[in-house]
Design a protein around this ligand. Structure first.
Ligand code: AGP
Length: 363
């Protein structure tokens, strides 16, 4: 629908697409619900997942970051081992494969050449089954794979991926949950309810623009570089937050596992270096706070983004409470918006950053 891709009153597609995120999650819940109102995926895809002894997730960029979260979902919820690979590396440096692998390609556009190159090998040389998770029905990766799960995010125009990432994480959670149920795993939560709660949490985030704009101004106005740290799922979201900031504001940024910083990178911390720390993971919440103390002692300007229930005095921003596994859906949104406002302050072309294309069709 052409009206879908109009900016309307929005100054940028990226802002519009971030605002669409709560609706995208709700749409996904609906699209993946059956007549009994339970979450479901296509029977053939479910069989393919159940039959596999190992899943190989192949993706690039933001989609790779979503894949890292997907690994945790399949392993923790469905008990299926998963490897996640950057598509451009996998092509030349193939790991030893299991006996019954299922390849899962995650790609917003479905056109990324690095990922397609792997898919062609998987199908033509190896003859293994492949599932593509994409936003674009009929895209190359969708046509060439055996199965497709759609993201239902609507067209994503901004080069920096936002709503597709949230959609990827949501669809991966559903696939893992449905597979876990089908395998008779004990699952102690209702994903449908939890996704609906997450959608509300995302809404609260996109309604917090003023606060997030202020954070961008306070921490990034004159920054030359920035660090994002987190542990467990927060680490993957930190990597995604850093990628967003790099892409659209050109501030050099890196995401790190909180505990890894002291093994070298902490040497870069100077007076005023911005460090964004995510603290949404209960088991490691104290550890990440310890890492924050380490960087603050070296002059860092730390911005702690925690979650309701785990917050402490001095945290700069608190996300609403959501299920422990679904925190990435919500915590990524403040990072997207902080990046957006940092880029605006620098008068960068938010929707079309220099040197980047929406889909990378060369290897
Ligand atoms: C995301 O903000 C990037 N522009 C980029 O990393 C992107 O995610 C990557 O090129 C993969 O694209 P795809 O999901 O369309 O395959």
């Amino acid at each position: 629908d052409a009206s879908d891709i109009e900016k309307g009153t929005y100054p940028h597609y990226m802002l519009k697409e971030m605002d669409e995120q709560p609706a995208v999650v709700r749409k996904i819940i609906q699209a993946y619900s059956n007549a009994e109102d339970e979450l479901t995926i296509d029977d053939n895809i479910l069989e393919a997942i159940k039959e596999a002894d190992r899943l190989y997730i192949i993706a690039a960029g933001t989609s790779y970051h979503a894949g890292l979260i997907g690994k945790q979902y399949f392993e923790k919820i469905a008990g299926i081992p998963v490897e996640v690979h950057i598509s451009s590396e996998f092509g030349y440096n193939m790991p030893l494969l299991s006996e019954k692998p299922l390849f899962i390609f995650i790609s917003q556009s479905g056109e990324t050449a690095d990922s397609r190159q792997v898919l062609v090998r998987v199908k033509e040389e190896l003859g293994f089954p492949a599932l593509t998770i994409t936003n674009v029905p009929g895209s190359t990766l969708s046509r060439e794979a055996d199965y497709t799960l759609l993201l239902h995010a609507g067209p994503e125009i901004a080069v920096a991926s936002t709503k597709a990432y949230v959609a990827q994480v949501a669809v991966l959670s559903i696939a893992a949950y449905v597979a876990g149920k089908a395998k008779g795993k004990e699952i102690d939560f209702d994903l449908k309810t939890e996704l609906a709660i997450a959608a509300n949490g995302i809404q609260t985030m996109v309604d917090s623009k003023e606060e997030l704009e202020q954070i961008a101004e306070d921490y990034l106005k004159i920054a030359r570089n920035a660090f994002f740290i987190g542990r467990n799922l927060d680490f993957y979201v930190s990597s995604e937050g850093a990628l967003k900031l790099k892409e659209i504001s050109y501030i050099q940024a890196e995401g790190f596992a909180g505990g890894e910083l002291k093994h070298g990178t902490i040497a870069l911390i100077e007076e005023g270096t911005p460090v964004f720390a995510l603290a949404t993971q209960e088991q490691v919440s104290l550890n990440i706070r310890g890492n924050v103390k380490e960087v603050v002692a070296r002059g860092a300007n730390a911005c702690i983004i925690s979650m309701e229930g785990l917050e402490e005095e001095g945290d700069r921003f608190v996300i609403p409470k959501v299920h422990q596994l679904l925190t990435p859906l919500v915590s990524v949104v403040p990072l997207q918006l902080i990046s957006y406002y940092a880029a605006l302050h620098r008068r960068c072309d938010v929707d079309k950053p220099r040197n980047l294309a929406k889909s990378v069709t060369v290897e």
